[in-house]
Write a protein that binds this ligand. Structure first.
Ligand code: NI
Length: 177
């Protein structure tokens, strides 16, 4: 079966606020599975449900996995929330929904996250550095926020213009011009 398509900026669906999950159904388990597949295929270290067009509060994260070391251990988080944060860290971020762009983003360096897993059990995770950054980035997606919202207006505008040109070019190529 084909992988789910990742929505790309400036798709308006990425701007919606996702709704909490009240009941973990087979559809949600299947979605989490599909999201992990997409994440490893791209490859990426995190994916939020709205990136595949499902505006529910579900993220999949694996900050341990790299392309060289194929051990895959996806952390599926239902209704994740940051309940404590401290410190500051600047990290160069990218996003599967923001093609061909990376930028430094300043975020909390330590967070405490609460969520439940697919079995409905409560989880509490203390995260730092890359994992903390990743949690914050993915939870932002659930609130319709992209990492480019957290960089300077100048950098964002430059990217937005470049992206629009790229989309125009793709459209022209498709129409055979
Ligand atoms: Ni992202």
């Amino acid at each position: 079966m084909a992988l789910r398509e990742v929505l790309k900026f400036p798709d308006k669906r990425l701007r919606e606020v996702s709704t909490p999950i009240e009941k973990i159904t087979d559809e949600i388990r299947e979605l989490a599975n599909d999201m992990a597949e997409v994440m490893y295929d791209e490859p990426g270290i995190g994916l939020a449900a709205p990136q595949v067009g499902q505006t529910i509060r579900l993220i999949v994260v694996d900050t341990e996995w790299t392309a060289e070391d194929a051990e895959q251990n996806p952390l599926v988080l239902v209704n994740p929330e940051i309940v404590e944060h401290s410190g500051r860290i600047s990290w160069t971020e990218g996003c599967l929904s923001v093609p061909d762009f990376e930028a430094d983003v300043s975020r909390a360096s330590h967070v405490k996250l609460r969520a439940s897993n697919l079995e409905g059990e409560d989880l509490e995770i203390d995260a730092s550095e890359l994992q903390a950054v990743c949690f914050q980035h993915e939870i932002d997606h659930l609130d319709g926020i992209l990492f480019i919202d957290r960089i300077s207006r100048l950098k964002r505008n430059l990217y937005t213009q470049r992206r629009k040109k790229q989309l125009r070019r793709e459209l022209e190529e498709q129409s055979g011009n």
